[in-house]
Design a protein around this ligand. Structure first.
Ligand SMILES: Cc1ncc(COP(=O)(O)O)c(C=O)c1O
Length: 371
């Protein structure tokens, strides 16, 4: 909240208005729904890789229908979602662990598989950094391995750096939106010794459409040291609700579960996640809208000479050809919020793909500040 130049009260009022509008909104198609969402403020928030269209109308209805369940513990609602996720991913139900966002899954992985006795955490640079600090708090040595020149994970060097513990692969990678090719990743997983865990974070899985990309969930069956994290925060538009999950073999799930807080996923998030999976439009519409707004943005940047790293996610990263920090600040002063500085790429800006109108604002403001 600190980054938004709105008073907390004003922001809460705006959120309230948005939520109220959502509740009275009739059940319309996803695309129509997104067109009619009220503009919440002048702030264009392109800083956190959120989904600007929000949850499925089925999820919104499931949440309102479950208001009366707020006094109950989530117990059996956990089971409903676990059953659906097991079926969706072709695994057993005891190979799924729900989390309070995939952030909780990452934290549990750091706590369970890294530390002074358990070993190092190896991650790319730059990547999504939460797990690095969680491993460090745990007393683990952390090793950062720079991405390759094509912004893929340098799997060979990561394997050399590993000492038991855990190797974290973010695919597609945040902040670069790049992928690590499927053949390389498959070979790497096959080669990694079993005393080293491999966590593949697939938060942006749904936005990747390259023939060189695939999920590694089908490999879990053959690899006891493989863990995969997924989230409802991105394509399902539920970042504020907090729900994610892990797919792994039962012994790993059991070890993580033993460290987890009871009832960590709240009942509204469970209801919404479960209903989202029943909406056949949520994923394809989200993919289409993201692709359209992304093509527009990439093309507009190219026209004025800025090259984007090929994006397989709901955000882009591009070379600003000068230090990014003053640009981030200048854009913020004009109410367009983009991603923070990533120190190993000091001239690159990360921008979430919002709605088309938001991307038009972004392009126009970027051109002003970069002129
Ligand atoms: C790669 C990656 N993993 C995990 C997360 C955490 O997501 P959540 O805790 O909302 O599931 C994020 C959030 O942006 C992310 O970019």
């Amino acid at each position: 909240m600190k980054a938004i130049p709105l008073s907390r009260r004003k922001f809460a009022q705006l959120l309230g208005a948005g939520a109220a509008a959502a509740l009275v909104r009739p059940a319309v198609s996803f695309a129509k729904q997104s067109e009619h969402l009220p503009a919440t403020s002048q702030v264009v928030r392109l800083s956190a890789n959120e989904n600007p269209y929000g949850p499925s109308t089925k999820a919104l209805k499931a949440m309102t229908d479950s208001f009366t369940l707020a006094c109950r513990y989530p117990d059996e609602h956990n089971n409903v979602l676990i059953d659906k996720l097991a079926k969706l991913n072709g695994v057993n139900r005891d190979e799924i662990l729900l989390g309070d966002g995939s952030s909780e899954i990452l934290k549990l992985c750091a706590e369970t598989f890294t530390g002074k006795e358990r070993g190092t955490l190896v991650a790319a640079d730059p990547t999504f950094e939460a797990i690095l600090s969680q491993a460090a708090v745990n007393g683990a040595e952390t090793v950062k391995v720079p991405l390759t020149s094509s912004f893929a994970h340098d799997l060979r060097k990561m394997l050399v750096a590993a000492r038991g513990g855990l190797i974290y692969i973010c695919n597609p990678n945040n902040p670069t939106a790049s992928i690590t090719p499927k053949d390389e990743l498959r070979e790497f997983i096959a080669k990694t010794p079993r005393d080293t865990m491999v966590l593949v974070d697939e938060a942006y899985f749904h936005f990747a459409d390259s023939p060189d990309y695939e999920s590694v969930i089908p490999l879990v069956n053959d690899h006891p040291n493989l863990l995969v994290a997924r989230t409802f925060s991105k394509i399902y538009g539920m970042a504020g609700l907090r729900c994610g999950y892990c797919v792994a073999q039962k012994p790993s799930i059991d070890r993580m579960h033993a460290r987890q807080m009871w009832d960590s996923v709240n009942i509204m998030a469970l209801a919404a996640a479960s209903a989202s999976l029943e909406d056949p439009d949520q994923v394809p519409n989200g993919q289409r809208l993201n692709k359209e707004a992304k093509s527009f943005t990439v093309h507009e940047l190219e026209k004025v000479g800025y090259k984007t790293i090929p994006s397989q996610a709901n955000f882009i990263m591009f070379d600003c050809k000068r230090p990014v920090v003053p640009l981030i600040q200048a854009m913020k002063e004009r109410n367009v919020h983009v991603g923070r500085l990533f120190p190993s790429l000091p001239n690159h800006m990360r921008v979430t793909i919002g709605k088309s109108s938001e991307m038009e604002s972004f392009v126009s403001v970027f051109k002003q500040v970069a002129a």
